[in-house]
Design a protein around this ligand. Structure first.
Ligand code: SF4
Length: 529
C-alpha cells in the first residue's frame, strides 16, 4: 500500500502486508478532574524530557476494538501518563471514556464494556499546550456540517493554535478545554470539503507544527501525519482489519502485523470499502522527524524510519565511542533508556559492558512529595549501585541526554560512593541548547544546563572525570539522516519552521475568554454521542 498523490482506494483484501520494511543494520477510574497520585510529575524525572502523547486506532469488525485499543495504549504508556481515553463507534453511535492517570487507572472493566463498536481510537496524554485536566483529556469530540461527528486523538504540538482558535470561534466553535488538540479537532470537523482528502488538504495548509492524528467518525477510521512528519505514526494489519499506532511496538503487542510508517503529509482512510491513502499535493520532500524519538522517546523495539530503534541507539553509542574514546575497565548504561547506547559504546571500544546501576522500576511511576531528607538521599531512591561490580574500576557511564543536569551529579556521586576509581560520562546526544515547540516538554531555556554552561563546566558540576557528548553530525549519521530530513532544533536552535523563542503551554489557560463562550466544565467520564 503505497501512498499516492490524489485519492487511492484499495479493497481490504488487496492490502498485502508484505515483509516489514525494516533494515536491521546490526545485528479504577480516577476521581473526575483529579490527577491520581501515581501520575503526577516526578521530581526524580526532572532531568528527562517528557513526551507528549501516544495515539492508537483500530478498525476491526467482529473484534473487541476497545480492548485492542486499551492494550495498544499500554504499549504507548511511556509517551504520556497524565490522562487516557478511548472512543468507539458502531456505524451509528459513538461512546467516549476519558479519565486522568495511567491507562490501568483510567479504565475499569465496566468502562471498557460500555465502549462497543467496530472502530476505536485511543490516546494517552502528556500535556504540551493546555493544563493536565479532564477537559483536555483525549479523544476530543467535534461536530461539523451535515451531521458529521468526529473523535480525534493527537500527538504533537501545533504552534499556531492561538490564531486558529480565534478563527474557529468565529466559525461557531465553542471550546471546553484549553489544548491545541481541540483547535485541530474543530478545524478537521468544520473544514471545507466533503471528502477526507479535501478536509486534510485544507487543514494541512493551515496547521503549523507537529500532528500525528487518529480520527474516527461513526463509520471510518482516519490516520494523518503532518507534512513534516515530526511525530511517528504507523499502520498494521489486525485480523481482517487495521490498526494505527504512534509506534510499531503497540501493533506487536496486540498481535497485529506492522505494514509500514505513514508518510509525512499522508492521510489514510479505513472503512468498509478498504483503505484509501492520499498525499497532500503540497507536501515537501524535506521532512523533519524528531530526532529525539530515536534517542529517547520511542521504545527500542519500535521501527522508526525503517530501522529498529534498538539498532539505531547502538549505532549512536558506537559513534560516541569513536568521537570520545577513553581507557576504561567497564561500560555501564543509566537504566533503562541508555542501555542500548552503552552496549554500542562497549562493543566499539572492546571493553566489557556491565550492570553497575540497578533501577527501581516503580519509583519512576510514583509521585513522592520529597522531604528535604528525601532530596538529600536523592537519586538513591531511583537507582542503586552495585559496589561488587564497580569497585576499583574505571567506568564509562553512558546516558542518553542531559536536560537540567540535576540527577547526573547524584548518579556520579552514587557510583563514587560505591567505589568507582574513575567516572567518564558519555552522552549519546548533543548538548540540548534550545527548547522544543513540537510536542516535547523539555524545560525552559534558562533551565537547560547546556544553554548556560560549557561542556567543561558541566563536567565539573556533575563531578565526572571527563564528559563527552555525541556531535550533531554523529547523531545524524547514526540515524542515517539525509540533510534536512530530521528536526534537531533542541540541539542546534534551528527549527524546520519559524518558531517563537519561548512557548507557553498554559497559553489558553491565561488568555482572556470571550463572554460568549460557555464556562469550562469537566465533562462526565463516559459520554454517549
Ligand atoms: S526540537 Fe528536539 S525534541 Fe523537539 S521535535 Fe525537534 S528534535 Fe524533537
Amino acid at each position: 500500500m503505497k501512498p499516492r498523490r490524489g485519492y487511492h482506494r484499495v479493497a481490504l483484501s488487496d492490502v498485502d502486508p508484505g515483509p516489514p520494511q525494516v533494515r536491521r543494520r546490526h545485528g479504577s477510574s480516577a476521581p473526575q478532574g483529579q490527577l491520581p497520585q501515581t501520575s503526577r510529575p516526578n521530581w526524580l524525572d526532572s532531568d528527562r524530557p517528557r513526551e507528549a502523547c501516544g495515539v492508537v486506532g483500530v478498525y476491526a469488525p467482529g473484534d473487541d476494538v476497545a480492548n485492542v485499543a486499551y492494550f495498544g495504549l499500554f504499549a504507548l504508556q511511556h509517551r504520556g501518563q497524565e490522562s487516557a481515553g478511548i472512543a468507539t463507534a458502531d456505524g451509528r453511535n459513538m461512546v467516549l471514556h476519558t479519565a486522568m492517570g495511567l491507562v490501568a487507572q483510567a479504565f475499569r472493566g465496566e468502562d471498557l464494556d460500555r465502549l462497543t463498536g467496530h472502530i476505536a481510537i485511543g490516546h494517552t496524554r502528556y500535556s504540551t499546550t493546555g493544563a493536565p485536566k479532564r477537559s483536555n483529556a483525549q479523544p476530543i469530540i467535534a461536530y461539523g456540517e451535515n451531521g458529521l461527528t468526529i473523535a480525534l486523538g493527537h500527538n504533537g504540538n501545533v504552534i499556531n493554535a492561538g490564531p486558529l482558535r480565534t478563527e474557529m470561534e468565529e466559525w461557531g466553535a465553542t471550546f471546553t478545554g484549553t489544548s491545541d488538540t481541540e483547535v485541530i479537532a474543530e478545524m478537521y470537523a468544520k473544514a471545507p470539503g466533503t471528502t477526507w482528502e479535501e478536509r486534510s488538504a485544507y487543514c494541512m495548509r493551515r496547521l503549523k507544527g507537529a500532528y500525528s492524528l487518529t480520527i474516527m467518525t461513526k463509520d471510518q477510521l482516519i490516520g494523518v501525519r503532518d507534512p513534516l512528519g515530526i511525530r511517528p505514526l504507523c499502520i498494521g494489519k489486525f485480523g481482517d482489519g487495521y490498526i494505527l499506532a504512534s509506534e510499531s511496538c503497540a501493533i506487536d503487542h496486540v498481535g497485529g502485523e506492522f505494514i509500514r510508517e505513514i508518510e509525512p503529509g499522508e492521510t489514510v482512510v479505513i472503512d468498509e470499502n478498504g483503505v484509501g491513502s492520499f498525499m497532500w499535493s503540497s507536501a515537501r520532500d524535506a521532512h523533519a522527524m524528531c530526532i529525539f524519538e530515536h534517542i529517547y522517546f520511542a521504545r527500542p523495539d519500535s521501527i522508526l524510519n525503517g530501522n529498529l530503534n534498538q539498532a539505531t541507539r547502538a549505532e549512536m553509542g558506537a559513534r560516541l565511542a569513536r568521537e570520545h574514546p577513553v581507557e576504561a575497565d567497564m561500560v555501564i548504561g543509566v537504566p533503562d533508556s541508555a542501555i542500548p547506547h552503552a552496549v554500542g559504546y562497549a562493543n566499539e571500544i572492546g571493553v566489557p559492558y556491565g550492570e553497575g546501576l540497578v533501577r527501581n522500576r516503580y519509583v519512576g511511576r510514583t509521585f513522592i512529595q520529597p522531604s528535604q531528607r528525601m532530596r538529600d538521599i536523592g537519586v538513591g531512591m531511583k537507582f542503586n549501585a552495585l559496589p561488587e561490580v564497580i569497585r576499583g574500576k574505571r567506568l564509562v557511564v553512558v546516558e542518553d541526554s542531559i536536560v537540567r543536569g540535576t540527577t547526573k551529579s547524584r548518579v556520579v556521586k552514587l557510583l563514587r560512593n560505591a567505589g568507582a576509581a574513575e567516572i567518564h560520562v558519555r552522552i549519546a546526544s548533543p548538548p540540548i541548547i534550545s527548547t522544543c515547540h513540537f510536542g516535547v516538554d523539555m524545560a525552559s531555556i534558562d533551565e537547560l544546563i547546556a544553554a548556560r554552561k560549557t561542556v567543561d563546566e558541566i563536567r565539573d558540576l556533575i563531578g565526572a572525570d571527563s564528559l563527552g557528548y555525541l556531535s550533531v553530525d554523529g547523531l545524524r549519521n547514526a540515524v542515517q539522516a539525509e540533510a534536512g530530513t530530521f528536526c534537531s532544533g533542541c540541539f542546534t536552535g534551528k527549527y524546520p519552521i519559524p518558531v517563537q523563542l519561548e512557548m507557553n503551554k498554559m497559553e489558553f489557560e491565561e488568555a482572556p475568554r470571550p463572554t460568549t463562550r460557555p464556562a469550562r466544565t469537566e465533562p462526565p467520564a463516559t459520554l454517549w454521542i
